[in-house]
Ligand binder design. Structure first.
Ligand code: TZP
Length: 214
């Protein structure tokens, strides 16, 4: 059986943006504000150091029952006891990630264009990270923004849960949910906020209200 998760407000960490307050403080504050899922995303920190960070985050998230997902790095995910893994189109294939992490793990896959949905096995993958929806300066090699129309096309083409990502902030979160996203994933809107907890509270409220009005 898969571990339970909620995509409502999905925090993706950024090493540089979290440096001011420290990643543990950012994550703890964000969860206190309503974040429902946390992804440790870091392609530069050496594995041993990232495993130690992952273990500390796991311990911090456990009382709130918020799962920890590791981006791309299967070995790190396994070693720190993460609840799941998120892979991109050019990372390890979902079948390999599933085989290595087991049936309980949460497995997310990035979709940068709705045409990629044709090769997704819904029995393997638990949710889709769809984006970038809007332009973002956070990911240097991001694909072109697909806009709300791209998100709506993805929504129409799959029954898998969708978390939208890319350029999402307080001002546009509601329209993203109205276009069919089950939740929103953000980096800068929380990691670079002066007060991550207050930012998370506002975003979480926006998601809930937008879903109610759908
Ligand atoms: N994948 C697609 S866009 C993106 C990732 C990791 C970065 C999103 O960052 P932000 O700051 O929320 O726009």
């Amino acid at each position: 059986m898969r571990r339970r998760f909620a995509l409502d407000l999905y925090l993706v960490t950024d090493r540089a943006m979290c440096a001011r307050l420290g990643i543990e403080r950012v994550v703890a504050d964000a969860v206190a504000g309503g974040v429902t899922l946390v992804q440790l995303r870091d392609d530069v920190t050496p594995a041993a150091e990232l495993v130690a960070i992952g273990r500390r985050l796991k311990a911090l998230l456990a009382p709130a029952d918020v799962p920890l997902i590791v981006n791309n790095r299967l070995d790190v995910a396994l070693a720190c006891g993460a609840d799941g893994i998120h892979v991109g189109q050019s990372d390890a294939p979902p079948a390999e990630a599933r085989a290595r992490l087991g049936e309980r793990a949460i497995l997310g896959l990035s979709i940068t264009d709705p045409v990629q949905l044709g090769s997704v096995d819904p029995a393997l993958v638990d949710y889709l990270g769809v984006g970038p929806i809007f332009a973002t300066a956070t990911k240097e090699d991001a694909a072109p923004a697909m806009g709300l129309a791209g998100l709506a096309a993805a929504r129409a083409a799959t029954t898998l849960p969708i978390v939208a990502i890319g350029g999402i902030a307080e001002g546009n979160a509601a329209e993203v949910v109205r276009a069919g996203a089950d939740g929103i994933a953000v980096v800068s809107a929380i990691c670079a906020a002066d007060e991550p907890r207050a930012a998370a509270e506002r975003l979480a409220r926006t998601v809930v209200e937008a879903r109610r009005g759908r």
